[in-house]
Design a protein around this ligand. Structure first.
Ligand code: FAD
Length: 420
């Protein structure tokens, strides 16, 4: 049986930011289901928001609340916006380099933003940040990494969390952090990795840990229309920020491309219904022949590999599942209603996104709240207590897990339809 000061389950940006902010005196286990880089954070394309200067504070908060239909927690949103510059400094100090133009940070703009406030690394912000952070995590002697180790449950006794377990191993700790991401893997068509499929939510439900707004699920307007793939390829919203247009089958625009995601996704669905087609188009042609490969090299290459040249052709797109706004209810320090169990990132719901996430806020949430949680544990770690625990043969039952999550989503939808 292994014993740790802190267990972190999940190696996306939320888990890794938490690990790197925790005291170097703590013995930490970073446990992940597949390889370290197999996280949705690594797939992020567009950017991470930052408060550029005080004059943008009110608008940044308002853009986030408006996109979220004012279902957000104002306290959490203010905390995120006010901590954003510090969060970016933390990344830069670790060695992350954001894209610059003529020596100055090049800000990108996505739907729902009144101004350009997204830092980007071409079109691979996730890889750009995490390649640096993973190297840092690997070099910390107090962090032990467990890859290919799906956690199936937490260990609870007398209303307290004492650790977590995989099918074969037990990890004891009185401070367990779930950073297991969202539930996209449960959907037939999602931009998410299939293995990121709501495990944290299933664990929470099984142990009486509260979820909040789990039916708030985001559909991204522009995933590439293709069949028979594990994961739908995303064409970043920042392409629209740079001038890409949405077109129907008559080559006509039918919506404002820069509205928040839910509005644009609905407009596409409506147009598809009207035209009785399975997809609409995104045209990157307005960006110009040179800008497309320069500003979006990964997207350009990926589309070319799939036989589409976005310099000359329209790209068939369709909305698909992308992000989970709801999640395990927590406060700004990641505390849940179960003592010793914490949550951060997409797995949690601290109230940042309300009913619809504003683009580029989720990476920022991971860094800001991962660090807040770590700082809290640096001050207030629950002390280790010995408990008797024997591994039983409880198995991870994916079919049943997805059933209980969908049941909970339906219950949440029903409760909302009654109160609205
Ligand atoms: C294609 C794409 C593009 C995106 N672009 C942007 C963007 O430009 N800007 C932005 O802000 N956001 C973007 N997002 C959203 C963002 O990347 C993530 O949603 C967010 O970073 C979530 O991070 P996380 O650390 O909470 O979870 P994730 O990064 O999803 O990581 C979850 C981790 O938990 C592990 N895990 C899951 N279950 C278990 C288990 N049972 N046991 C052990 N480990 C487990 C997974 O293996 C993984 O390591 C994008 C998302 C996608 C999919």
């Amino acid at each position: 049986m292994k014993k740790y000061d802190v267990l972190i389950v999940g190696s996306g940006l939320a888990g890794v930011s938490t690990a790197l902010e925790l005291s170097k005196n703590y013995k930490i286990a970073l446990i992940t289901k597949k390889k370290l880089a197999d996280s949705n954070s690594y797939l992020a394309q567009g950017g991470i928001n930052v408060l550029k200067d005080e004059s943008d504070r009110k608008t940044f908060i308002e853009d986030t609340l408006k996109a979220g239909h004012y279902k957000n927690s104002l306290q959490a949103v203010e905390k995120m916006v006010d901590s954003s510059q510090d969060a970016i400094k933390f990344l830069i100090d670790l060695g992350v380099e954001f894209t610059k133009k003529s020596g100055k940070i090049d800000y990108s703009q996505e739907g729902g933003h009144s101004v350009a406030r997204g830092l980007h690394i071409n079109d691979e912000i996730g890889k750009g940040i995490l390649d640096v952070l993973y190297e840092r995590v690997r070099s910390r002697s107090n962090i032990e990494i467990f890859e290919d180790t799906p956690i199936v449950d937490v260990i609870v006794k007398n209303g307290k969390c004492y650790g977590a377990r995989s099918e074969n191993e037990v990890f004891m700790s009185t401070n367990v952090v779930l950073a297991t991401g969202g539930l996209g893997g449960l959907f037939d068509k999602s931009t998410n990795f299939p293995h990121i499929c709501g495990d944290g939510y299933a664990i929470a439900i099984k142990n009486g840990v509260k979820l909040k707004d789990i039916s708030y699920i985001q559909f991204h307007p522009t995933s590439l229309y293709e069949e028979g793939v594990d994961r739908q390829f995303l064409i970043s919203e920042s392409a629209r920020g740079e001038g890409a247009l949405l077109l129907n089958h008559k080559d006509e625009r039918f919506t404002d491309e820069m509205k928040p995601r839910d509005i644009v996704a609905n407009a596409i669905q409506k147009e598809m219904k009207k035209e009785d087609v399975d997809f609409e188009y995104l045209s990157m042609k307005p960006l110009g022949k040179d800008k497309i490969p320069n500003r979006f090299p990964m997207i350009f290459n990926e589309l070319k590999n799939k036989g589409i040249d976005p310099r000359y052709e329209n790209i068939p797109i369709v909305p698909c599942q992308h992000y989970t706004m709801g999640g395990i209810e927590c406060d700004i320090y990641g505390r849940t209603n179960l003592e010793g169990l914490f949550v951060v990132g997409e797995a949690g719901n601290v109230g940042i996104h309300g009913a619809n996430r504003l683009a580029c806020n989720s990476l920022l949430e991971c860094v800001v709240f991962g660090r807040l949680l770590a700082d809290y544990l640096n001050e207030n770690k629950f002390e280790d207590k010995e408990i008797d625990y024997k591994i039983t043969d409880a198995k991870f039952d994916k079919e049943n897990e997805s059933k209980i999550i969908f049941e909970r989503i339906r219950e949440d939808e029903k409760a909302k339809s009654i109160t609205n």
